[in-house]
Design a binder for this molecule. Structure first.
Ligand code: NAD
Length: 380
């Protein structure tokens, strides 16, 4: 049953629409600015944002963030931000740039001592330390429609040497501003359109079915599910379709807002080992088991399912499952673990890692480790 006692908290001032990024000039005027980004130079997006930043006192670009940002690049960015006395960080890119910028801004402000291995992001990832402050302003400008990181207090970091991908939740990770312009997503390559769109869909679905869902999060999640289901195939097939891109950006933003209130559940917990060990794109890792998990959870939340089917105009659960299967096929997304190279003997380790994640407990179906191994065997 939906949780009737709840908090709704979203401190990020959020702008949505074509051209909204022009507003950043006011925030950057006479400030020492750092743009944290991935390889977006060739798209023209980086130049546009530098132009729109207007008249900063100084502007440096740190563009060494890789997909699934590593502890090393976040530490390096934190060091650069500190020695350059940065006052405003613009996070420009997909979730990788947005998450990295959260870590960089907090590391820049956290301590007087110089950053070293013992005070880098790894020590926060392990739980040894927790961030206690952030003065540097954070402006998020997403260029993919997927992670919702612009409106969450979550950031995900990778430590490949230790085969670890993990999230940190911190009150200092809420962005001060988010500027979501759907036009920035027009250049996203089709494979990333597919993966990021599915990431957003899974955010919305998991927020909707989460045991922590609230009367505020549910309607936002419902609309996000509809927007993404209705527009993802079109956005994938016709990348320059501005209506589809607009709806996918809105769906992703709404999904982000929904799960910022509830967190995600077991599909995201499962995605971490799949990304680290099988190098699956984050969105594919989250969605590969979406259909069977929906099938498993549905009988446990009959009222919610009835509202979902009604909202989507779907005659039955089977029709919805078929629609999801059709969508995933239309965008070449994997729907079985076996097709991405997962062997049966590896399922125990995947289950162990999944059971360690606290969000697993927010799933309607509660699994024991053994039940999860059996379930994974069935749907591999
Ligand atoms: P990404 O940021 O890794 O970007 C994927 C690729 O697309 C990169 O090569 C990037 O340069 C490129 N790209 C991005 N925008 C582009 C554009 N407009 N045109 C052309 N190329 C573009 O991908 P993502 O899926 O957005 O982010 C994934 C990361 O976000 C993962 O690390 C994941 O764990 C994390 N994540 C965070 C949250 C959160 O709440 N903080 C939620 C979900 C996922």
């Amino acid at each position: 049953m939906t949780n009737r006692s709840f908090l709704f908290f979203l401190p990020t001032k959020t702008f949505f629409g074509v051209g909204v990024t022009q507003g950043i000039g006011e925030l950057c005027a006479q400030k020492r600015v750092m743009v944290v980004t991935t390889g977006l130079r060739r798209t023209g997006i980086l130049n546009r944002i530098i132009r729109e930043a207007g008249t900063p006192a100084d502007l440096i670009v740190f563009d060494e963030i890789e997909p699934n940002p590593t502890c090393e690049s976040v530490d390096k960015g934190g060091f650069l931000a500190r020695v350059n006395e940065i006052e405003v960080i613009i996070a420009l890119g997909g979730g990788s740039a947005l998450d990295a910028a959260k870590g960089i801004a907090c590391l820049r402000d956290e301590r007087e001592e110089l950053l070293d291995a013992s005070s880098g992001i790894r020590s926060y990832l392990s739980g040894e330390r927790a961030f206690t402050r952030r003065h540097t302003q954070l402006i998020a400008i997403p260029t993919t429609s997927g992670t919702g990181s612009e409106v969450t207090n979550v950031a995900v970091f990778s430590d490949p040497a230790n085969r670890l991908k993990k999230s940190i939740v911190s009150p200092w990770f809420w962005n001060d501003y988010a500027y979501v312009d759907p036009e920035l997503t027009l250049t996203v390559p089709d494979k990333h359109t597919a993966a990021t769109g599915l990431d957003a869909l899974v955010h919305a679905v998991e927020s909707y079915w989460a045991l922590s869902s609230t009367p505020f999060s549910e309607p936002i999640a419902l609309e996000a599910i509809k927007l993404i289901l209705d527009n993802l195939t079109q956005g994938y097939r016709n990348p320059e379709d501005r209506v589809a891109r607009m709806n996918l950006s809105l769906g992703s933003l709404m999904a982000g807002i929904a799960f910022s209130q509830t967190r995600t559940t077991i599909l995201h917990a499962l995605s971490y080992p799949l990304t680290v060990d099988y190098h699956l794109e984050h969105g594919f890792a989250c969605s590969v088991l979406l259909k069977p998990m929906l099938q498993t959870n549905a009988p446990l939340i009959p009222e919610k399912m009835a509202r979902l089917l009604d909202y989507l105009g779907s005659p039955s659960l089977d029709a919805l499952l078929e629609r999801i299967e059709g969508l995933m096929q239309s965008i070449n997304a994997p729907t079985r673990l076996s097709t991405v190279g997962v062997q049966e003997e590896e399922l125990e380790s995947i289950a162990d890692q999944t059971m360690r994640s606290p969000i697993t407990k927010l799933n309607p179906k509660s699994f024991t480790r053994e039940e999860l191994v059996d379930w994974l065997k069935e749907y591999r």
